[in-house]
Design a protein around this ligand. Structure first.
Ligand SMILES: Cc1ncc(COP(=O)(O)O)c(C=O)c1O
Length: 225
């Protein structure tokens, strides 16, 4: 089984159709099942997201997942969408869900219905515009600090910042972010090997908070400037 995140969290990478086709070919070649987690797919900044279900030759092996929870900030709703075209795979999935005793939350169903409405579309368009400005402000501020590099988000609100060029240990840059700037960022190492010199910042917040965060980061790393 391959568990794949598209668009990617962290870093917000939107995968190209060529990359998705390469993955589909790999999954077929090795006789695997592909779980494509596309929970961040509504939150893209101009880049075109291709749903895995549109990639040729993968449908029979595909479990594709989306949700309203990230897009509309309603994680407590405990509801997601699972798209499986293969009836055998559908049965297997349903059996497992039943065995785990999982069922949708009744309030969550109403929340998801409200999200997938005309009002939801208007709200989402405004949200993307707001996040887009947050992203630009955050990236401009962070990238102006020598040694720090924020990967440009193509989707989502989870910025992935590389601290490797500061020459600091991960304990040192993490201490500065947490204790000096007083920002709670996610530690890169929790996302797997290679993430040790990164921190993930959530920019899904008010513009005021982004401005404040950038200001505090500049102070915490002022010796580099
Ligand atoms: C890629 C991805 N998939 C799934 C989830 C889980 O979302 P939820 O708890 O809303 O189901 C998250 C939450 O952080 C996520 O980033």
């Amino acid at each position: 089984m391959v568990i794949f995140c598209s668009p990617h969290n962290p870093g917000g990478r939107v995968w190209s159709q060529t990359e998705l086709k390469q993955l589909a070919d790999f999954v077929n070649r090795h006789d695997l099942i592909l779980i494509s987690d596309e929970i961040h797919h509504d939150l893209t900044f101009g880049a075109k997201h291709t749903p895995m279900v549109h990639i040729n030759g993968i449908k029979d092996r595909l479990i594709m997942m989306t949700a309203t929870t990230k897009t509309f900030n309603i994680a407590g709703g405990h509801v997601g969408n699972v798209i499986i075209e293969n009836p055998e795979l559908q049965k297997l999935f349903q059996k497992r869900i039943t065995a785990l005793g999982l069922s949708p939350n009744a309030f969550g169903l109403h929340m998801a219905t409200a999200a997938y409405s005309k009002d939801g579309v208007i709200w989402l368009d405004a949200l993307i515009k707001y996040l887009e400005k947050n992203r630009r402000l955050f990236d401009a501020g962070i990238n102006a600090i020598p040694g720090l590099k924020s990967m440009q988000l193509e989707a989502t609100y989870l910025a992935w910042v590389d601290f490797s060029a500061t020459g600091m240990t991960k304990e040192e840059f993490t201490r500065r972010v947490q204790s000096q700037a007083k920002i709670a960022a996610s530690h890169g190492s929790t996302f797997g090997r290679g993430g040790e010199y990164f921190l993930r910042f959530n920019i899904g917040t008010t513009r005021k908070n982004i401005e404040l965060a950038v200001k505090k980061m500049k102070v915490a790393f002022k010796d580099l400037q």
